[in-house]
Design a protein around this ligand. Structure first.
Ligand code: FE2
Length: 178
């Protein structure tokens, strides 16, 4: 299974977009100077405490977040503003660790079981943990900042399943295709 594909049931065109996104994000990881987060766009949507959380993200994660939000608005122009804000913050939990390219590539392509993971250094185990739990970690970070509960919920659930929540389905679709 492709790591990072939230629902595991992507339409073929989204599989291609998802893979293209992974390649681009890996390339950006290696050449961080090429990250061009649209911060003016993001900060135009976010409330002040949300903006603080957004600014704590690595530029490469902000670049991805802005692309997801732009795609969300392109596909669903009537998306709720709180969904757009969640799109801009969905991966904020990854800010729990500094951005290290080799870690990001590894945790995206491989998730070992606990017995195998136990043989690796603690830093790497922590990277796997943050990757696996980043949705919850992000929600916790936003809750601590007293961010709107709906934004927190969307961030917490952004790896699905949408379970009948149309706005969450839109966010997941935009993320999967980016
Ligand atoms: Fe995520």
């Amino acid at each position: 299974m492709i790591r990072g594909a939230p629902t595991g049931r992507l339409a073929p065109v989204n599989v291609l977009r998802h893979l293209a996104g992974l390649v681009r994000r890996t390339f950006l990881g290696l050449a961080p100077g090429l990250a061009r987060p649209d911060d003016a766009f993001a900060l135009g949507w976010l409330e002040s405490r949300e903006a603080d959380a957004y600014r704590a993200m690595d530029p490469r994660d902000r670049d991805h977040a802005c692309r997801v939000a732009h795609r969300l608005l392109a596909r669903f122009p009537d998306a709720e503003p709180r969904t757009v804000r969640a799109a801009l913050l969905h991966d904020v939990g990854k800010a729990e660790r500094p951005y290290r390219v080799w870690e990001r590539v590894l945790v995206h392509v491989w998730a070992p079981g606990p017995a195998t993971a136990a043989r690796f250094p603690e830093a790497l185990r922590d990277a796997w943990r943050v990757h696996a739990e980043h949705a919850d970690l992000g929600a916790r970070r936003l809750r601590a900042l007293d961010v709107d509960a709906r934004v927190v919920e969307l961030v917490a659930r952004h790896h699905g399943p949408p379970a009948g929540d149309e706005e969450l389905r839109r966010l997941i679709a935009a993320d999967e295709a980016t």
